[in-house]
Design a protein around this ligand. Structure first.
Ligand SMILES: Cc1cc2nc3c(=O)[nH]c(=O)nc-3n(C[C@H](O)[C@H](O)[C@H](O)COP(=O)(O)OP(=O)(O)OC[C@H]3O[C@@H](n4cnc5c(N)ncnc54)[C@H](O)[C@@H]3O)c2cc1C
Length: 304
């Protein structure tokens, strides 16, 4: 028994190593030009779920939507203790904004069934919107608790959570199933366990096997290649090393809501902004301070 925790994890470009080629003209990220890492806050979301499972029992399923290379973060999750890992990959999901991403993830969570917790990081370091968690909660019809810093307790179907609200804490009680976004101050993510690395290092998704077969057998016919992929998949399956892979059909996604057609957001321009001391104004928390702030917002056409 216990609790079924789903953790949404994202592989992101390492934005600490951004070079000139990182952004394309159209404002999308040129992912090939950047090294990739595990989105930092998602490691804390994973740790929250693993700790919950260790204390109260249950299973941890990790879910990522991304290109074939995103299988790397799934292996990392398995090395750290996740029970099940699913890659959601489909060319028709490319260019999804947060609305489309959260729709696709919600369909995957629905397919998983009997979910008690969905954990997300607070924010991904590439898109940086912090919208996916809350949007996913809305689409699933779950209550949401953002900014978790500690899971204080669980009794049957109610969780008690301390959330950081910036200048203090709030303790909330919430009925399950619930979506929770996790802060990087919540915990210290456990490292990969050497025994799990040894056991699962050869775990692969089908799309990785396909890419490897293309490289290894460049002159083979499609049928020969397919036979080789199936042979390897069978070997991995028998050893519990085949990572699950779903596409948009597997989760009964409405294609209108996915990829470009499901994404009203257009990134017009990406700018690097360095805040200098001169650009900073302190508004006193007084009536006059607020009046001054509103005057400035109106003059700048931020309001009105
Ligand atoms: C420069 C730039 C600006 C952008 N601006 C916008 C914008 O203003 N509006 C918009 O809608 N889109 C925007 N996008 C697109 C956005 O990056 C994608 O929609 C992205 O997949 C999800 O948004 P996010 O990275 O902001 O995630 P966030 O909302 O910051 O992510 C929060 C959490 O949701 C989970 N999560 C997010 N994505 C995935 C995933 N693919 N798989 C599994 N879990 C996931 C993770 O737990 C993550 O920690 C922008 C992209 C770029 C490169």
């Amino acid at each position: 028994m216990g609790y079924h925790c789903v953790v949404c994890v994202k592989q992101v470009p390492d934005t600490a190593n951004v070079t000139g080629e990182a952004m394309r003209e159209d404002g999308t990220v040129n992912r090939a030009a950047l090294p990739t890492i595990f989105n930092p806050e998602d490691l804390h979301a994973l740790e929250t779920a693993l700790d919950l499972r260790d204390r109260f029992g249950g299973t941890v399923t990790v879910l990522t939507m991304g290109p074939p290379k995103a299988s790397d973060v799934l292996r990392d999750c398995i090395f750290r203790g996740a029970d099940r890992a699913i890659l959601l990959t489909d060319r028709r999901a490319a260019a999804s904004d947060t609305l489309a991403t959260s729709y696709i993830l919600s369909q995957a969570v629905r397919k998983l069934k009997d979910v008690d917790f969905v954990f997300c990081g607070r924010q991904a370091i590439d898109g940086d919107t912090a919208q996916v968690g809350p949007q996913l909660a809305e689409k699933l019809g779950y209550p949401q608790v953002t900014y978790l810093e500690e899971l204080l307790g669980l009794s049957d179907k109610t969780a008690r959570i301390r959330r950081n609200v910036g200048n203090g804490w709030e303790i909330v009680e919430v009925d399950l199933p619930v979506l929770v976004t996790v802060l990087d101050t919540a915990n210290e993510p456990r490292p990969a366990a050497a025994r799990r690395v040894m056991k699962h290092k050869k775990a692969r998704t089908r799309i990785e096997l396909e890419a490897a077969a293309k490289n290894a057998l460049p002159d083979a016919s499609a049928d020969e290649r397919e036979a080789e992929i199936e042979r390897q998949a069978e070997t991995l399956r028998s050893r519990g090393l085949m990572l699950e892979q779903w596409n948009l059909d597997d989760i009964d996604a409405d294609l209108e809501w996915c990829g470009l057609s499901g994404s009203p957001t257009k990134v017009h321009r990406v700018q690097s902004i360095v805040l200098t001391k001169e650009g900073y104004t302190e508004i006193p928390p007084t009536e006059e301070g607020l009046r001054q702030l509103i005057r400035e917002l109106v003059v700048d056409h931020t309001l009105g």
